[in-house]
Structure formats: C-alpha cells, structure tokens
Design a protein around this ligand. Structure first.
Ligand code: GAL
Length: 414
C-alpha cells in the first residue's frame, strides 16, 4: 500500500512538471545510476553542441516500470514529455494510441531502413511508420565476474550449468557472496531470461515467451527453469531484498561478491568505477547461451506536440542514430550500436563480442527479444509473469506450483 501511494505521489508530481520551451527537449528516462548517467551525458552534450537545451526528467527504477507509470500520468494530464526512453512493446502500445510523432522523413533522409536490423525495426515502426529511434542494443544473458576472486579460487569460465553451480559453491565456501543480486521483480526476470534460454534453448524460449504457447509454459522444462532459479536463490546474501541492480554490481566491483547475472548495462557501472574488462572484471555469456542473444533496445519515442515533429525532436532523432554518436554513447553505456554498419574497434572486448554476436544473431534470425525487458510480450503479460517468478524466488511457491501459476497468469493477462 505504501509503495502504491509513493508511485501515485510521483505520478502526481510528474503530472505538474513543466513543458519544454522552444529550443529545448524534455527527456523522460530512467538512467540514474552512475554508468547510465555518464552515458546520458554523451547525448546531452551532443545536443547542447547543436544549441538545443536539455530538460531532464529522470524517474529512478531499473527496467523502467516507474518511468512508465509517470509517463502515463503526464500524458493523461495533457503534458507529454518531448522524448521518452522506451522499450519494445511499450512503444507499440503508445503508437497504437496515436501518441507518437511520425519520423518517416528523418528516417528516409538518413537511410535508417537499411542500417537498423529488422528485429529492432519491429519496435521502431508501427503500421510502417517510424515512431522511435534505437539508441543501443543491450542483451540480458551475461555473467559479470570479479577477476581477482576468479584467479584466487582458480575458477575458469563456466561453460555449463553444472560448472556454474560448482563455481558459485566454491565462491560461497570461500566466504564471498557468490551471487550479487537485487530482489526486485525485473531483476529476477532478467535472470529468468538467461536460465530459460540455457535450459530449453531458443525454440523453447520462443514458444514460451514470444508465442505464449501453453504447452511450453506448463512444461517439465519450465519446471526445471524454476528449479534452477531456486538453486540460484541459495547463492544470494540475506540482504538482497529490494536492492538496486547497480548496488549489486558494486558488490562485484568491490570484491564482496563473485558474480552478477545482469544485462550489459552492468558494464557501464564497472567502467564508471574505473575498472577494465579482462583485468578487473570478466564478461561472459550465461552458461548454455554461448551463441544466443536475448536483446533489448532502448529507443526514444517522440511524443506528438502538434502536427509535425518539432525541429528539436528532429535534431534529437538524427543525433541518436548518427554513427559517431552510436559509438561514443555505447562505449560508455555497456551496450552495442543499434546499426549494423559500424566499425567498432573502439569498443572494449566485451563490446566487440556483444556486437559480433548481435550482428550474427540478427543476420540468422536468431535474435530473441528479452521477456524481462519488454521485447517478447506486452506489458500486461510481462508483469503477470514477473509476479509469479518473484513469488517463487521468495519461496511462496514450489516449482511445480509456479509452473501452474505461470500458465494461469498468462491466460488471465492476455
Ligand atoms: C533496462 C534498460 C537499460 C538499463 C537497465 C537498468 O531496461 O534497457 O538501458 O537502463 O534497464 O536500468
């Protein structure tokens, strides 16, 4: 109840927030951690160089759930922000409501159709019209490891689930927090993405999360996924509940914890703390997902302010997909560029690996939308799944019950 009124309070405040004046853009986003803010600054500075002012509208909360609540309040109050960070199906929902500006002219002028892969265009476009501009591609199936702890304990990169559990056990036995985790529904769902892909493979992932096939949702494979989540639960510390994701990353950075399972925005935190991949920390795909990519792409949708896109919105849209900006931004953010025609030799090893795998997956039709980050199914279904996964993680359901609850939750939410 208290959480609910806090959200309402934030929404009421947001509803009265000021409109951007001419020459400004007002940008609603949830990039409030150190690494995220550093990346956002790259965009802000790019625009400021063009003489466009920036009105910041940050709404804290990883994954953007709170940001979407505030957005709804702003639009309901007749005061939409100029531009909004958004994920996957949320873009589609707002486009269907007719709230988003048509960016086709800018897309044509800059040749977006030929450089943005189809898996991203699926969300950037609605009814054949460009309505959002992808700034990056993240993926959720990563492991982040503290290199000093790995060296000290002689742990090499786990290639399979069993090897990963053995590595977690070795870290726990040596007195470390084995798995740094923040107990928030979206973080548990982020881990679930990787565990499901690893356990069932891409066909299972697609059937369960994208097609919402009841046989897959209710399968023995899904029970194994929940069993594995329970195993992981045994490796988190006692204080995990409610912890923000970046504080969990800090535990790996500080050498308190061995591993974190998180999307590659975690790399932004390592870099922001002055840490180097390969030297201070390691990145690798979640064991059993070595050739898979469960992606999410942050896009900026321009809310209609009148009949036409404003010059500031057009400048923001062009800046976001320009080659130089894509490299500069993604170097800091931990993600990889959203266009497939770039030389990424300036990115670090994790970024180069991520870009190569993203391009290969996009070319072979093997790029799967992250369920946890709104790229597999609409928000209503996603949130219903979140509830079951979190309840199970917190011991409210055993795995068999969780499977049944998942099937029912999806049926009701569709
Ligand atoms: C994701 C978003 C990332 C990162 C993360 C944590 O949904 O795509 O850019 O911000 O949330 O806040």
């Amino acid at each position: 109840m208290r959480g609910f009124s806090r959200i309402l309070g934030a929404a009421a405040l947001a509803a009265t927030a000021g409109m951007a004046s001419a020459g400004d853009v007002e940008v609603l986003h949830w990039w409030t951690s150190g690494g995220e803010a550093a990346a956002l600054n790259v965009l802000r500075e790019d625009l400021q160089k063009q003489g466009i002012g920036w009105q910041d509208m940050p709404v804290a909360g990883g994954g953007g759930t709170q940001a979407m609540t505030v957005l709804r309040a702003r639009v309901t109050a007749g005061n939409p922000p100029t531009a909004v960070q958004m994920l996957g199906f949320d873009i589609t929902d707002w486009a269907r409501e007719g709230a988003l500006a048509n960016l086709n002219d800018i897309a044509a002028k800059n040749g977006w159709d030929s450089v943005v892969p189809a898996a991203l265009q699926k969300f950037s476009k609605f009814d054949g019209q460009w309505v959002a501009v992808p700034v990056n591609v993240h993926s959720t199936n990563w492991v982040w490891a503290n290199k000093a702890i790995m060296d000290k304990l002689g742990i090499s990169q786990p290639e399979t689930w069993d090897e990963f559990v053995a590595a977690l056990q070795a870290a726990k036995d040596a007195g470390y927090v084995a798995l740094a985790h923040g107990g928030q529904a979206w973080q548990e769902a982020t881990i679930f993405d990787a565990v499901a892909m690893s356990t069932g493979g891409p066909d299972f992932y697609k059937a369960a999360f994208i097609d919402l096939d009841e046989d897959a949702l209710g399968s023995d494979t899904m029970k194994t996924v929940f069993d594995r989540m329970a195993t992981l639960r045994g490796f988190v510390d006692d204080n995990f509940s409610g912890r923000d994701w970046n504080l969990a990353t800090a535990m790996v950075i500080n050498g308190e914890a061995a591993f974190q399972l998180m999307g590659d925005w975690a790399k932004g935190e390592f870099l922001n703390a002055g840490k180097q991949p390969g030297k201070d920390f390691l990145c690798y795909r979640f064991p059993g997902t070595q050739n898979q990519v469960t992606f999410n792409s942050d896009q900026f949708a321009m809310f209609r302010q009148g009949d036409k896109v404003s010059p500031e919105q057009a400048a923001l849209a062009e800046a976001i997909l320009s080659p130089g900006f894509q490299i500069a931004f993604n170097k800091v953010k931990g993600s990889v560029p959203a266009r497939t025609d770039l030389d990424v030799s300036e990115l670090d090893a994790c970024g180069q690996q991520g870009y190569k795998e993203f391009k290969a997956a996009a070319a072979s039709g093997n790029l799967y939308g992250s369920f946890a980050h709104g790229h597999a199914n609409p928000a209503a279904v996603k949130n219903a799944m979140y509830d079951v996964i979190t309840a199970h993680f917190n011991g409210e359901y055993d795995s068999a019950t969780a499977v049944k609850e998942l099937v029912t939750a999806v049926q009701l939410a569709r």
